[in-house]
Design a protein around this ligand. Structure first.
Ligand code: NDP
Length: 241
């Protein structure tokens, strides 16, 4: 459904060339916003979505992408920090590089884009920051010490950001998806997928559009008084966050 109270904004989604990020981009596009996504490798994007190349582990690359989006759509009013990776393995086998590379992309990457976006948001005295975390960040998951640490860290970012900039019309919220059908989850073994399914009260996995709808809403005027929240989209998997 189109939210007519908030349309035509400059929206940027990191890692928006596929999976959940692309679904989020399509949702904002359908809402009438000006949508840009970052991608790393060349990719086909649906008409109407601006693709800008960026690697969130590289500050200069992030800055260049923002400059391109600002020139085309104006300062970013809605930022969705979605880019993320997994390098799952049990603690005893996890190398320091497995740990730090996941933190660098998922957590420090979010810091880099939020810092860059905050300049324009502070100036405009409005903004929406949405951080795509995971049920694993709060619930924990074997083999995901690196990933869970990165995803729970996003809660600290959202809550400190809320306390720093909440008085300037800026909200920061965390979305915690459960099991969503994308390339990331397709990498899991069939046995792991079956095991997850037994734990999801909804009895099914979700489509990326089900996360996208919640992101679009939390970025709307209707959600102006929600900030620093963790919003699960997980079919009940992580109840009690
Ligand atoms: P995908 O693996 O399908 O897509 C990941 C996206 O992140 C891609 O666009 C990828 O770009 C981008 N990306 C990865 N590393 C970087 C980087 N260094 N710089 C810029 N972009 C990068 O994942 P999903 O769509 O499944 O996941 C999206 C987000 O949702 C992630 O943060 C993930 O942790 C989270 N999530 C996913 C769940 C799921 O069940 N699928 C559950 C909970 C959370 P490229 O195409 O160039 O690789």
């Amino acid at each position: 459904m189109t939210d007519t109270s908030t349309t035509g904004r400059s929206v940027l989604i990191t890692g928006g060339n596929r999976g959940i990020g692309l679904a989020i981009a399509q949702s904002f596009l359908a809402n009438g916003d000006k949508v840009a996504v970052t991608y790393r490798s060349a990719s086909e994007l649906p008409a109407g979505i601006l693709g800008v190349k960026a690697d969130v582990t590289d500050e200069a690359s992030v800055d260049a992408a923002f400059t391109e989006v600002e020139a085309a759509h104006g300062p970013v009013e809605v930022l969705v920090a979605n880019a993320g990776i997994t390098k799952d393995t049990l603690l005893m086998r996890m190398s320091e590089d497995d740990f730090t590379s996941v933190i660098d992309t998922n957590l420090t990457g979010a810091f880099r884009v939020i810092k860059r976006a905050s300049k324009g948001m502070i100036r405009a005295r409005k903004g929406r920051v949405v951080l795509i975390s995971s049920v694993s960040g709060m619930f924990g998951a074997p083999g995901q010490i690196n990933y869970s640490a990165s995803k729970s860290g996003l809660v600290g970012i959202a809550r400190s950001l809320t306390r720093e900039l909440g008085g300037r019309g800026i909200t920061a919220n965390v979305i915690a998806p459960g099991f969503i059908n994308t390339d990331m989850t397709a990498e899991l073994t069939e046995a792991t997928q079956k095991d997850y399914l037994t734990k999801v009260p909804a009895g099914r996995f979700a489509e990326a559009s089900e996360v996208a709808n919640v992101v679009r809403w939390i970025a709307s005027d209707e959600a102006a008084y929600i900030s620093g929240a963790i919003i699960p989209v997980d079919g009940g998997l992580g109840m009690g966050h």
